[in-house]
Design a binder for this molecule. Structure first.
Ligand code: ADP
Length: 399
């Protein structure tokens, strides 16, 4: 059995994980299995699939057995211990939503780093505490196991300061109230594979559309983030499954004044009741909306596409032009209908869709004569985390 790495994405009531094995001859990481515990503290269910989708284990637990993240990690560790009886767990890589102003790259975690990441909880109160819960449990129970934090915000830290600034009094910026951007691990992965599709993409002006349940766009020049649609929080920018995206701050003042909404009521509205779900009144799931004949479902889809189109225009302005548009995320990778709508809306840029290629989701979906090329690339944030983690452990070992 080879060395292996564990990648963890810890959420409020679930822990998703992926296992990578290091190929003994090439040292490359190879996806081995993915799993999750869902319904922590409620209806805990543990399931692991191998890389071919075959179910390796599926078990339900009582609430007492998987009451919190500590229990969930214990269950994962016990299973790993059996599965990798003869292998060595080299390290664990964690997806951490917020790295704040200072973490612009993955970092090996110790108690000091963990404390600094805890200080960032106010910037991402819905995600950061759950990301850190898994780290804390492992740090306490297996202190010798190297753990690496990989940040969703890190890729954007090279953006020009002006792209990160809100037009608020300066001291708020210094305090950390700035545009951070998210989905950075996805963008970084896309940037890493684009040159294999076309070497010219390496130095090109690109917009990547990460369209999933959460959705954002990133303007990238020569592989670096120039601007992105998400801001201080993952609420800004596009219409998402249940998040509102770009909104006039005056709406929030109105809701506070006229509807007596406090911060928690607003949080619930903007994060969980808005977006595709709010506008359609039916579902946050694009597949359900595309299959529906309800006019509100149609309007939610049209609004989603309209906002993507407008934000593309804004990012083209930031880039000073556009060479390529890349689709990724659940909707971007799988919905030819949405891609076609977005590309038609971007026809003013000289983007000409190759309809048959789009229908089959081939990697290039624009015609050869299109001024702007369009692509579909499946993202792989877990592999990005695994590679970063291996690098950190190797660097550490070399010192
Ligand atoms: P998350 O942001 O939670 O990682 P995903 O990237 O998995 O989300 O994307 C989930 C979204 O992708 C859902 O809205 C789902 O309906 C949509 N999706 C997945 N497959 C398809 C498809 N074939 N056609 C349209 N939408 C799809």
């Amino acid at each position: 059995m080879n060395n292996c790495l564990l990648v963890i994405n810890s959420g409020s009531s679930s822990i998703k994980f992926a296992i990578y094995q290091q190929d003994a001859s090439s040292s490359q990481l190879v996806a081995d299995a993915t799993g999750q515990i869902q319904g922590i503290g409620n209806q805990p269910n543990f399931k692991v699939n191998n890389s071919h989708g075959v179910v390796l284990v599926e078990r339900t637990f009582s609430v007492d057995e998987a009451h919190d993240h500590t229990d969930a990690i214990t269950i994962i560790r016990a299973w790993l211990g059996e599965y990798f009886a003869k292998g060595t767990l080299l390290a664990v890589g964690h997806r951490v939503v917020h790295g704040g102003q200072h973490y612009s790259a993955p970092i090996l975690i110790d108690a000091k780093v963990l404390a600094e990441l805890e200080d960032l909880v106010p910037l991402a109160p819905l995600h950061q505490p759950h990301n850190l819960a898994a780290i804390r449990v492992l740090l306490e129970t297996i202190p010798s196991l190297p753990q690496v934090a990989c940040f969703d915000t890190a890729f954007h830290r090279v953006q020009p300061e002006i792209a990160q600034r809100f037009a608020l009094p300066r001291h708020y910026f210094d305090e950390g109230v700035r545009r951070y951007g998210f989905h950075g691990l996805s963008y970084e992965y896309i940037v890493s594979v684009l040159p294999t599709l076309d070497p010219a993409l390496q130095d090109a002006r690109i917009i990547v559309a990460h369209l999933g349940n959460g959705a954002s766009l990133c303007a990238i020049y020569k592989g670096r983030s120039i601007a992105t649609t998400m801001g201080l929080s993952p609420l800004d920018g596009l219409v998402m499954g249940t998040r509102c995206g770009n909104i006039d701050p005056g709406v929030l003042l109105y809701l506070m004044d006229r509807h007596n909404m406090d911060v928690h009521a607003l949080e619930e509205l903007l994060y969980h009741e808005s977006g595709l779900l709010g506008v359609s009144g039916i579902s946050n799931d694009m597949r359900t909306l595309l299959a529906s004949v309800d006019p509100h479902a149609k309007e939610a889809i049209e609004l989603f596409v309209y906002r993507v189109g407008r934000e593309i225009g804004s990012l083209v302005a930031a880039l000073g032009g556009l060479d390529a548009l890349v689709f990724t995320g659940g909707i971007g990778e799988h919905s030819a209908v949405i891609r076609a709508k977005v590309c038609h809306q971007a026809a003013w840029l000289g983007l000409e869709l190759d309809e048959p290629a789009n229908e089959t989701s081939s990697s290039r979906i624009s015609t050869l004569s299109s001024k702007v090329s369009a692509w579909v690339v499946a993202t792989d944030e877990n592999l990005m985390i695994a590679n970063h983690t291996l690098r950190q452990v190797t660097i550490d070992g070399d010192n």
